[in-house]
Design a protein around this ligand. Structure first.
Ligand code: GUN
Length: 291
């Protein structure tokens, strides 16, 4: 029997738990407030930002929507971030990635006040995570830890293969999994585009976290019986649908599900968890900044 991990349900539980904290903080005149900054009009980014605003609204978190023209000078973005950093009513600041090519991404990440960096991407927060003293855990890997909890999977001592080395998912996921703390203590292998025999690595894994951004990179033949599969991929591939595309994970679901003891679907697996953990970090930021 394969367990289909219901990210929507786990995320709904987390939102429910956050509702009380939001009410309490709001009652104290400290309504949690998240500001998103979107530069340009990438359609996927527009969708992500609007979903984040919808999530905030549902929980009673205030959301500010800052938009900047994609052709504007980079300084316009930095000025917007500075204003949000300086505004005591704003608890969380998130610049939606990717930013246009003429904007220095690292400079953007460093411009955000680390106390308001609810993505956890500022180098100070990355360093704290690696040092085992995280301020804000990045939303996707933190959400995946919650999915493990939901199926009573303790990664301690397990062989976990993380496929993908992005700053947003692969690197922080690997770091969290090797921490000496609950949800960690795993033996972690990080694979990427230069890995020579990916199948040999994934076949040896108790758990595979697929976050390479390559449609259906991993299929059942690359997995062992009983593996837990977490599919982070959200790839738009051309398809004969109303929108002209469909969303496909990094895992070929049907053949992987035949091998897996538990697997996340796409959509409805990791995606809702990423969104829920952003709300979690926004509430945490508000509590930290109180008084
Ligand atoms: N673009 C894709 N994922 C993310 C994310 O988690 N945070 C931000 N800010 N931008 C993204």
């Amino acid at each position: 029997m394969t367990t289909v991990i219901d990210g929507k349900a786990v995320a709904a539980d987390i939102r429910e738990q956050l509702t009380n904290s939001v009410e309490t903080l709001s009652g104290e005149g400290e309504t949690p407030t998240l500001a998103t900054v979107l530069m340009g009009n990438d359609p996927a980014s527009e969708t992500y930002v609007s979903m984040k605003h919808r999530d905030c609204e549902e929980l009673g978190i205030e959301a500010r929507d800052v938009r900047i023209d994609g052709d504007a000078p980079a300084d316009e973005l930095f000025e917007a971030v500075e204003n949000l950093n300086a505004d005591p009513a704003v608890n969380g600041v998130l610049v939606q990635m990717p930013v246009p090519d003429h904007v220095d991404k690292q400079a953007v990440l460093q411009s955000i006040d680390p106390e308001k960096d609810v993505d956890g991407f500022h180098p100070e927060n990355v360093g704290r995570l690696v040092a085992g003293d995280a301020r804000y855990k990045p939303c996707t890997p933190h959400g995946i830890q919650k999915l493990f909890e939901s199926i009573d999977l303790d990664p301690a001592g397990k062989d976990v293969v993380v496929v993908g080395r992005s700053d947003i998912v692969g690197k922080p996921m690997a770091n969290l999994l090797i921490q000496k703390e609950d949800g960690g203590n795993a033996t972690v292998t990080v694979c990427h585009s230069r890995t020579e025999d990916l199948a040999a690595k994934t076949q040896a894994a108790d758990v595979v976290v697929a976050a390479a951004g390559v449609p259906e990179l991993i299929d059942g033949s690359m997995l062992s019986e009983g593996v837990v599969v977490i599919d982070v991929g959200v790839n738009r591939v051309d398809a004969d649908t109303e929108k002209g595309y469909e969303l496909v994970g990094d895992v070929e679901y049907e053949s992987a599900a035949e091998k897996a003891s538990a697997i996340t679907p796409v959509p409805g697996g990791v995606g809702p968890m990423t969104r829920a953990m952003l709300l979690y970090n926004t509430v945490k930021a508000t509590s930290r900044q109180e008084g």
